[in-house]
Design a binder for this molecule. Structure first.
Ligand code: GLN
Length: 495
């Protein structure tokens, strides 16, 4: 077995049994990155020397008997998390060579538990996108390809496309990611891996470059549901440095994966049966529900009546918050500064922001500024906030009678790198099944469940009650068990 083929759980066991050292495991991943990253572009920066130093330190801790729960496990870190001493780009030119003097709380928690960082994973600029084609550092390629059309290069989804592609291609055992409207779940589904956006407040946002602060949540992607559970346990926890971080205990998510679904009531929202959903996705959804029934769950139809307003609501709230958050990139405080001799401050702002931000980020800032402007605030932003409250109320109602909700993760499989690029609205439709969980602050897990006719992975989504990730993991693990998803992407290490 090639060392990059371990699951994260398997690697932890192999490390503790002395079957492999962290240096061996880390070197195998660095070799795989050297071979495949020039094509996949999943990493913006590879921190090989630092990774090997961390691996040696981990092996020493293990020899002393002081190893932590993730000791020696090589991970990728989405380049939206500040990493002390390592350049952090947010996929943008505007941060220039910004090297944070501090560590994000989530990545600090992983380091505390012994993880090894291989490098910084590519992403859509400021996490805005569904295809990882808006990165200033070039697009990421999905390691999967269509059976009958292997030449067409596919997107890995976004915005955490680098994290998902790295994990699917075995260039990391797991990765951090963030999800504002679907950026963990959609790329996980496109790349045939698992990913969870936990409840808002479960992971600290301290040190994560902000997109839309009331929606942003960190979470893991990994090749199994249990691997996500293990990572989330380390990433999560109260942090006084984030005023929206929740002071609640972090349960043993890994143990919850083995709970089973017997007696659980699973909601099936009728509004998620959209016209134009490919029949394969509708069939996989039915199949997923049948698997859960076969394991003792009951499935019931529910109604989430405001679902149809979720995307328009998201595309008002998220750009509004983004336009405010991104005002700080003014050429004075961080990174890039573009100026001409004799030009004034306004000119400095304009030149820096025009050159530093890509087209999608500029579009979001324009939309956000517009919906917050004095004349339109009530008509757009305020109205969107009211609908957001109704969307949340729909879920509160539903969770009075069901324990979890199961839906498709995405309305399509991965698409070609030059498809949908000319139409932002088509691109925004990718998030139709995922944004509701962000608007309501609820946990959502994507789990690979099958393949489409072209051999591309398709995922199902499990949404749970706030702070009930344990049930979400139990349902996700039950689907994973029944799906027995063993297909592998064409591009991967170890072959
Ligand atoms: N695709 C969505 C957007 O572009 C979600 C991105 C995300 O979750 N970060 O806004």
């Amino acid at each position: 077995m090639h060392p990059t083929d371990f699951t994260l759980r398997g690697a932890i066991d192999a490390l503790s049994e002395g079957i492999i050292s962290s240096v061996e495991l880390t070197s195998a991943h660095l070799d795989a990155i050297a071979k495949l990253n020039p094509r996949l572009n999943a990493y913006i920066s590879v921190t090989g020397e630092q990774a090997l130093a961390q691996a040696r330190a981990s092996d020493a801790r293990r020899a002393e008997g002081t190893a932590g729960p993730l000791d020696g496990v090589p991970l990728a870190i989405k380049d939206l998390f500040c990493t002390a001493g390592t350049r952090t780009t947010a996929g943008s030119r505007i941060l220039g060579n910004f090297t944070p003097p501090y560590e994000s709380t989530v990545s600090a928690n992983l380091l505390r538990d012994g993880a090894v960082f291989l490098g910084k994973a590519n992403l859509d600029e400021f996490a805005m996108g569904s295809s990882n084609t808006t990165s200033a550092f070039g697009p990421v390629e999905n390691p999967w390809s269509r059976r009958n059309d292997p030449e067409t290069r596919l997107v890995p989804g976004g915005s955490s496309g680098g994290s998902a592609a790295a994990v699917a291609a075995r260039l990391a055992l797991g990765a951090t990611a963030t999800d504002t409207g679907g950026s963990i779940r959609q790329p996980a589904a496109f790349c045939g891996i698992a990913g969870i956006k936990p409840t808002y407040g479960r992971c600290s946002r301290f040190g994560i470059v902000a997109f839309a602060s009331s929606l942003d949540q960190a979470g893991p992607v990994a090749r199994t549901v249990e691997d996500c559970a293990i990572l989330l346990r380390s990433m999560a926890g109260f942090d006084p440095k984030d005023s929206t971080s929740a002071d609640v205990p972090v349960p043993d998510f890994g143990a919850a994966c083995a709970r089973g679904v017997k007696g659980l009531r699973i909601g099936v929202p009728k509004e998620y049966r959209l016209d134009g959903t490919p029949p394969e996705i509708a069939a996989l959804w039915e199949q997923g529900l049948a698997w859960l029934r076969a394991q003792g769950a009951e499935t019931v139809e529910i109604s989430l009546p405001h679902t149809q307003y979720a995307l328009p609501t998201y595309y008002i709230v998220a750009p509004a918050e983004a336009s405010s958050n991104l005002a700080r990139y003014d050429g004075v405080r961080f990174g890039l500064r573009v100026t001409e001799p004799g030009s004034d401050l306004k000119d400095l702002y304009e030149r820096t922001r025009a050159e530093g931000f890509g087209a999608e980020v500029r579009r979001r800032i324009l939309i956000g500024t517009y919906v917050l402007s004095a004349g339109y605030y009530d008509a757009y932003y305020l109205k969107a906030q009211k609908i957001r409250a109704l969307i949340k109320r729909d879920f509160d109602e539903a969770f009075r009678t069901v324990d979890a909700i199961v839906t498709p993760a995405t309305p399509s499989a991965a698409f070609g790198m030059d498809e949908k690029q000319d139409d932002p609205v088509k691109m925004y439709l990718n998030d139709v099944f995922t944004v509701t969980a962000n608007l309501a602050g609820l946990p959502g897990l994507a789990v690979p469940a099958g393949l489409d006719g072209q051999g591309l992975p398709l995922g199902l989504q499990v949404i749970g009650r706030a702070f009930d990730e344990e049930t979400v993991f139990a349902v996700g693990a039950a689907i994973e068990h029944a799906a027995d998803f063993t297909a592998l992407p064409a591009l991967r290490a170890g072959i």
